[in-house]
Write a protein that binds this ligand. Structure first.
Ligand code: AMP
Ligand code: MN
Ligand code: MN
Ligand code: MN
Length: 276
């Protein structure tokens, strides 16, 4: 069976390793079809592709787009995108544009609860100043000793109702799917089990995504529990979505699931990578 990993991050967004180092780790872990899917940014694709070619590792160009749907943040992965597509590049540039202002407001809130200097602190962990995000703040809070690990940070900070949370409007679902499809790619719902509306507006969300031209969901992701592997295998079958598999690896010290380390997809699903 192929070991496919179609979701992970480099230091071009909120991962820790450079794109070539992510490629090397994927290859060392036995991955044989690999996508880099940085948040809202395409700059890692060229170095990732070159590194993968040097290793004989089959490469899929990807991206993970931040979306606001029903006042919730949702992530849509695009796979097999043409990273030179101008509409995709412009859409992602606009999607990134509010991040610095948001980060300054996050830092101001943290300052009010006795954690000064968080903007500059987070910036030390940023590989790409356009992409400052909550993971970089989490790393700073860990460095300060405020929390022990990333999961603990996201329990007490940076989420709704806690210090350091700043609501943000990302792309719309329709824009994200259009940009991906316009660039020749396949749109995939990332880690569907993570969204709060998964119980409430389940049907509405998946039907809307499908009507817009979305064709796949992540069944196997580092964000899902074992029960959710089975739950989203059923969702894929019910809505006729292909299934994707991706660790969502960010960093050797942080990520629960390493590159290539997920179990296989449950039987009876159409893999999104079937013809790749
Ligand atoms: P942002 O795009 O700045 O809102 O940051 C979102 C990123 O924060 C995600 O891509 C994850 O890397 C990280 N993140 C969000 N929630 C959690 C969580 N509960 N545990 C660990 N990382 C999280
Ligand atoms: Mn991330
Ligand atoms: Mn995500
Ligand atoms: Mn991700």
């Amino acid at each position: 069976m192929r070991n496919v990993d179609l979701h992970c991050h480099s230091n071009i967004s909120d991962g820790v390793l450079a794109p070539a180092a992510v490629a090397a780790r994927a290859h060392a872990n036995g991955v044989d079809l690999w996508a880099l899917t940085d948040h809202d940014e395409l700059d890692g694709i060229a170095p990732a592709r070159a590194a993968a070619a040097g290793l004989g590792l089959a490469f899929v160009p990807g991206v993970e787009i931040s979306v606001t749907w029903a006042n919730e943040t949702v992530h849509i992965v695009g796979l097999q995108i043409d990273e030179t597509d101008p509409q995709l590049a412009k859409g992602l540039k606009d999607t990134r544009s509010g991040r610095e202002r948001r980060a300054r407001e996050m830092a101001a809130q943290l300052d009010r609860v006795g954690i000064p200097g968080a903007f500059d602190g987070a910036l030390k962990f940023v590989g790409n100043p356009d992409l400052i995000g909550r993971t970089h703040f989490a790393r700073y809070l860990i460095e300060l000793g405020v929390c022990d690990n990333v999961a603990a940070v996201f329990k007490s900070y940076l989420v709704e109702g806690k210090p350091g949370f700043v609501p943000h409007r990302w792309a719309t679902l329709s824009q994200a799917v259009d940009w991906i499809r316009g660039a020749g790619g396949v749109a995939v719902v990332a880690h569907p089990g993570r969204y709060r509306f998964a119980k409430l507006a389940y049907d509405e969300f998946f039907n809307t995504f499908k009507d817009l031209g979305g064709t796949a969901i992540e069944v196997m992701t580092g964000s899902h529990t074992v029960d959710q592997y089975a739950e989203y295998a059923k969702v894929a079958k019910r809505y006729g979505f292909a299934a994707s598999r991706g660790s969502d690896f960010h960093s050797p010290g942080e990520s629960r699931i390493d590159l290539g380390a997920l179990p296989a997809c449950p039987a009876g699903l159409v893999p999104v990578w079937r013809d790749w």
